[in-house]
Ligand binder design. Sequence first.
Ligand SMILES: Cc1cc2nc3c(=O)[nH]c(=O)nc-3n(C[C@H](O)[C@H](O)[C@H](O)COP(=O)(O)O)c2cc1C
Length: 273
Amino acid sequence: MSIKDLKSKDNMKICIFYFSGTGNTAWAVNKLAEKLNLLNYEVKVISCESQPNISEEIDICDILGIAFPIHSSYAPSPFQDFIEKLPKSIDKPLIALTTAGYTAGDVLWYTLKPLKNKGYIPMVFSNIIIGNNMHLPKLSPLPVTKSHKLHKKLEKAERKIDKMAYYITKDILHIEGINLFGRILGILQRSIAKNFKSFAFKGFYSDETCIKCGWCIKNCPTQNIQEDSNGVKFLDKCIICMRCYSFCPKHSIQMTEKTKNIKKYKRYTGPNC
Ligand SMILES: Cc1cc2nc3c(=O)[nH]c(=O)nc-3n(C[C@H](O)[C@H](O)[C@H](O)COP(=O)(O)O)c2cc1C
């Protein structure tokens, strides 16, 4: 079945659900929506954190969209749960994007396989390289993308998003990450990631500079942070999305003593800064 068979494009409705830790995916999804709006598509962009009425939104859209950042060849775990909850649908076209720091592997194909089994039809899957948002001792040795480099990367990402909009409007089947290289990369990353994470990541904590402003508590996607006498404390649901660590106004969130060196362990500022 083709997108064209469904409806005239002028009143085609697309609903895109997304998760974004530090803003890259939100930026990419909103760019895609902007471009599709110009082409007379009606696009609704919904954060999975806003607790949407999923079934209602899916019922009224003609195309379902999914977007998330790559976390070691997986989708962030709350978003994986979100995808699992999506209802069955007969022949609804599916578009999807991921954002990554360097390379995406087969994550879209791997993550969205259950949706295919639920009746959705993969149409356009694109990996958008934006910038790396994670530099932590042991866990992630490469520096975060600096703001002056991010500008160029965003330009390149925007060109890729243009292409994605083109494929959608021209009804061109375009699926990335299913070649042999993508599959091997994905399988390797996934087999290493889980064990390595529990070995290298012992959690975040707030240091003595915390002013208890509550920003991290309010913005943590898993409600993993609570106030305590010294600042804030972290429970056991951290998904290392990097939001609190990157945007704490006082850079008070640390992983080890080493991350207090903010020249070496720079915080990611994201596409909106
Ligand atoms: C826990 C974690 C794991 C990551 N793993 C990868 C990876 O395997 N490959 C990659 O290219 N980027 C990786 N990144 C970088 C992010 O995918 C990238 O910065 C993404 O655009 C962030 O999107 P967001 O700002 O919407 O959260 C990882 C980031 C985090 C926090």
